[in-house]
Design a protein around this ligand. Sequence first.
Ligand code: CA
Length: 426
Amino acid sequence: MQPKLDMTHDPKLKSWVDSANDPQGDFPIQNLPFGIFREKGSKQAPRGGVAIGDKIFDLAALGMKTGPTLNGLAAAGRPAWSSLRALLSETLSNPKHAKKFAKALVPMKKAELFLPMAIGDYSDFYTGIYHAENAGRMFRPDNPLLPNYHWVPIGYHGRASSVVVSGTPVIRPNGQTKAPDAPAPVVGPSKRLDFELELGYVIGPGNKLGKPVPIAKALDHVFGVTLFNDWSARDLQAWEYQPLGPFLAKSFASTMSPWIVTMEALAPFRCAAFKRAEGAPAPLPYLANAADQREGGYEIEMEMYLKSAKMREQKLPAMRLARSNFRHAYWTVAQVVTHQASSGCNMQPGDLLGSGTISGPDRESLGSMLELTLGGKTPITLPSGEMRAFLEDGDEVIQRSRCVREGYASIGFGEATGVIKPAPKI
Ligand code: CA
């Protein structure tokens, strides 16, 4: 069920694209993530490419016509992905190809990147148990985790149309809010705008309506992983969420990174699934699989940074707000996919499943302002001297991720960024 390690993961492998051999870089020859691009300022049709060092390799040079999305490639399935990965690895590592393919490289600085998928449907899960506990504690101090948490991967259907690619401005939402002591709600700009540190799972081949996905086969349906920031308006959320869950508080923008890091590229960074606490129930049989428990987790460092307008003016570096790790996800990628399909719900190539906010157990690893500032009560001081309880207009939020493991080449995800713009008049 898991992609296997092969020569494409060899840490000694180098590329004839020099910048790909920088050990600090995100895109060495062992990564090979897919995206959709065109040359900046051109009227070219957007097309598929692979990130290599500070360049993009045009898939058209291998005779591949992806069209303006990667849905076709996602639908092709693991045997096709693996042979394409082997071909890319050989093409970009063997110096004998350098001359022939040098023209197929576009500098990233000169490229415009697009949302890599046409996303038909998007669900967001809640697999970060520390986030679930922290958020739950604010509402229910004595009983932060609802009893269903240990049994069912909690999720809701999100809004696919407002998923945007990194760099897209995020317009502060207007909405209804109601102070606890106010007799009636008001409508206006959200005052408690937040980010959520998540990853997105991009679905490859789908499943037919009515046909569940056995957990041993779940990863065959996952093309790869992206960064994902599920922007959230906490004040709108608090008023609107009962009894049907999040709605407009989470459908004004969700930022995705442009590069899809494949499950093949992530294979060296597998780890055991989250270790449940003593006395916590075991997953029900359809979510239980020995191999998935043994190696269905992933060690992926997850970081969120903030840079205010004033910090940009003063040329201060972005401040790191959070450093967590995907190994803190309570449910594995395979469990989430299997659960989504368990009722017979059909997934389609390009669908997106969000992990939920992946906070860790300590202060440095909290994946939202809600947790970092205890709901706004303990604001953060920025290097510019400004205070932040929640996000202000002009703030840029920058998400990054990296996989590091002894004996393997480190790989990165690039960035998912967004600058907050003021709310329009309502
Ligand atoms: Ca979320």
